[in-house]
Ligand binder design. Structure first.
Ligand SMILES: [Zn+2]
Length: 360
């Protein structure tokens, strides 16, 4: 340690006392550095984009967080951040609007009905703007998006093992389903393999898998929130209210980098024109389904720009800084499995970024 190195010699007593004092001082100064660093980071020209899914009575590690937690988070944002629309983030990035300190945008993926029943009243009460990304093939459809049907079937199945179909390369001929962890792992393998198929084929095969798992999802009572999607009436009512804007999450919840050129073009245009036709407003923002690294590609970025989108958001974790590619915007995801507070999670992202030596 530095204090034990030879040099101008303090008394023995001070040598003994110094380490204890140093440790305490170090802790205090680390705390002060942390608070100061967070404050400095929060004032930088960056925006944070939050990604939510379900907001339900019960928190769920896969599908979403509880209404009470969401309400507390929104009150926290209202008090400590400036909640802005995704349009404002696009303008800050384009340089047509000054960067707002402590800017946060709120987004929801997939288009769940609980966004209307639980999240929207809270957003209205606090006057917070948000963007909901719709999977357009499923708006108004009963039964839920294909991957949620499979997730729930794997949670509910009475089987303790499942023979994966030969045409799906899951890496295992038979998937064990004895524990929650094994079921989650099976869901991960099957969903990943299904994402490799064209949308129609994938949807049909998902139904065969759900049947094979011997689960009647329509009989689940109450219907899980993950299977309940917004209707066009609910979408229009929120759009007319002015606080909520809408964008596509594709038509079929496909990973865009795995689509053929033709299907990719169709997913990016049809989802946009469908929403614009239904709500009578221009649509400017896209959310890549799944959205982790490699789930989008240069073709998608080029087409989104060509089709008049202003931004596209990913699930790459991070903050939006000046100069960022508007079609690869990072977000901070939040669901039922995440830590104690939103503030801590936002701080973690800011500090981690600073520690990586990136100045935004
Ligand atoms: Zn999604």
């Amino acid at each position: 340690m530095q204090s034990e190195a030879p040099g101008p010699s303090p008394t023995i007593r001070s040598d003994v006392r110094r380490p204890a004092r140093s440790a305490a001082e170090a802790l205090v100064s680390l705390g002060l550095w942390h608070v100061g660093a967070i404050r400095r980071l929060q004032r930088r020209p960056v925006a944070r984009i939050l990604a939510y899914h379900n907001v339900t009575a019960q928190s769920d590690p896969v599908f979403g967080l509880s209404t009470a937690t969401f309400a507390a988070q929104m009150r926290f944002l209202k008090r400590h951040y400036r909640v802005v629309s995704l349009d404002s983030v696009a303008e800050m990035l384009a340089g047509t609007r000054p960067w707002v300190e402590r800017a946060v945008a709120i987004t929801f993926d997939d288009g769940y009905e609980d966004n209307y029943h639980t999240a929207w009243p809270i957003l209205r009460k606090l006057e917070l703007p948000a963007t909901i990304f719709l999977t357009t093939d499923y708006v108004g459809a009963s039964g839920g998006i294909w991957l949620n049907r499979l997730h729930l079937a794997l949670r509910e199945t009475p089987l303790d093992r499942f023979a994966a179909p030969k045409l799906l390369d899951t890496g295992l001929a038979e998937l064990p389903l004895r524990t929650a962890a094994e079921r989650a792992s099976a869901a991960h393998r099957l969903v990943d393999a299904l994402y490799r198929l064209p949308p129609d084929e994938r949807k049909a095969l998902t139904e065969r898998l759900v049947e094979g798992l011997e689960v009647d999802l329509a009989a689940l009572s109450p219907t899980p929130s993950a299977l309940r999607l917004l209707s066009w009436d609910q979408v229009c009512e929120m759009a007319d209210g002015g606080l909520v804007t809408f964008g596509p999450h594709g038509c079929s919840h496909s990973i865009v980098s795995r689509l053929s050129d033709n299907v990719l073009r169709e997913e990016l245009t049809a989802s946009k024109t469908t929403i614009e036709r239904e709500i009578g407003r221009a649509v400017r923002h896209f959310a890549y389904p799944n959205g982790t690294e490699g789930d989008w590609d240069e073709r998608a970025v080029r087409l989104l720009a060509e089709f008049g989108y202003a931004t596209a958001v990913t699930m790459r974790r991070g903050l939006v800084a000046a100069g960022a590619n508007p079609f690869e915007l990072p977000r901070v995801g939040y669901n039922g499995s995440h830590g104690p507070t939103l503030g801590k999670r936002l701080e973690d992202v800011e500090v981690r970024r600073a520690l990586r030596g990136r100045s935004y």
